[in-house]
Design a protein around this ligand. Sequence first.
Ligand SMILES: Cc1cc2nc3c(=O)[nH]c(=O)nc-3n(C[C@H](O)[C@H](O)[C@H](O)COP(=O)(O)OP(=O)(O)OC[C@H]3O[C@@H](n4cnc5c(N)ncnc54)[C@H](O)[C@@H]3O)c2cc1C
Length: 458
Amino acid sequence: MGEAFTHIVRGDVMERIYFQDESKYRGSADALFIPETKEELIAYVKEKSIQKEAITIQGALTGITGSGVPVKGLALKTEKLNRIYIQEDEKGWYAYAEAGVTGEKLEQMASRETKDACFFPVLPTEKTATLGGIAASGAKGIHTRCYGGFKDYVEQCQVCTAKGDIIEVTWDMPEFGEIFGSEGMLVLFLSFKIRLIKKPQHIWGILFRFTDDRTAVRFAERIEERQHITAVEYMDKHTIRLIETYKKNMSAISSLPDIGEQIQVLIYVETAGESEEEAEEEAAGLLEACIEAGGDPEDAWAMCTEEEVERLRAYRHAASECVNMEVGKVNGQYPEVCKLSLDTTRSLTDRETLLDEYQSRLDKSNIPHCIFGHFGEGGPYVNLMAKDSAQYKEGTRIMEEWVHKAYEDSAEVFGEHGVGKLKKEMFQRNAPEVIVKEAVRRKQKWDPEGILNPGNMV
Ligand SMILES: Cc1cc2nc3c(=O)[nH]c(=O)nc-3n(C[C@H](O)[C@H](O)[C@H](O)COP(=O)(O)OP(=O)(O)OC[C@H]3O[C@@H](n4cnc5c(N)ncnc54)[C@H](O)[C@@H]3O)c2cc1C
């Protein structure tokens, strides 16, 4: 039988583990159930649905909007639904994975079973996230600009409805588009059939270091459309300084040299090629583009072994980790202070103007902040680390101004991390009526009794 914890008391360490995600948003539930099998999970949902008990679904709780944090009723965690196998058929290699499988496990299994010939290209940078959580939050990774999103690789999935019925959904059914990115409000993902693709044989990771923002942005814009580029990530000076203060205690990156006091911006670029010549040619082209933009290629760190590239990816990943740690420190003293991150695109505003707008507004506010993230996918994103409740309130107001502008730009808003509970009011106040109405329509269609994930989005 699965494990059931009932009545986790307020302040108990269990509450911090199970009723808080990486946004530091806190909640509570009457009980937590951790099923060991799909059958147990389905029986539980059926029973609780008849009793009209609310259920909040949880993956690894690495989410950053409070969407997996329960606010009432029961919590159901999928961590033990972690079976996976990899198989080849006439169309290629596939992973058959339960929803609680982590990105890391999928990556390892794909590599082992296909003898490193195939991989899954679009995991978010946090590899402990589960596939169910990735599917439900519409998470993106550094390679999304090149390879697309998670759902582009899912051919079929099995879901459990709010009533406990099982449905097989294939990529060509209209339901498919509705359930991905639905923050666990419509269905519970049980398992996926995921297409793996051929792994590029030669990957380069290059960290370009710039002494000013304008040159960095010019460089990033110049290289965006190049054919072999798979990732372009931006990190501002605050991000760099923050990572550098934590670096010596982070084993994945502690061996990297100091970034250097004079460096104000980092642009991390990845390229993929089928032959060594192709990859080297692309790397040389990037160094050339750096000179053309006014940068110094001598300041770039180029890495080409898998282990070295992983280290540079870990440096970018450390940006999110360090922000979360900073927010965690303040949250201990001010429980209402959570992570504030803005994941909007602004298609009508050019990147340089947008970054200027973010910087000048934040410099006036005194709220500690970092700007980093995907350059090609409409980002980078703003992360605020309020020091107390007053700054948190001010930060929320600033975020809302930008959310409003992004909707005016007809941009994609909350496109990567979702709305959850933290941004629910912002979403409802600013999203065009048609978007809010569609979210409500879907909820009523799939879960009219409001069993799944109460408190998210609508
Ligand atoms: C250091 C760090 C870096 C990160 N980097 C990125 C990044 O680069 N890009 C990005 O997009 N995100 C990023 N995230 C956010 C997070 O990793 C993703 O949102 C991830 O998809 C959450 O997965 P999870 O398993 O932790 O889900 P949870 O946090 O547990 O849940 C997230 C949502 O999914 C729902 N859910 C979970 N499992 C299921 C299921 N089986 N069926 C239905 N609904 C389900 C929950 O109810 C909730 O609404 C990062 C987080 C951290 C801590």
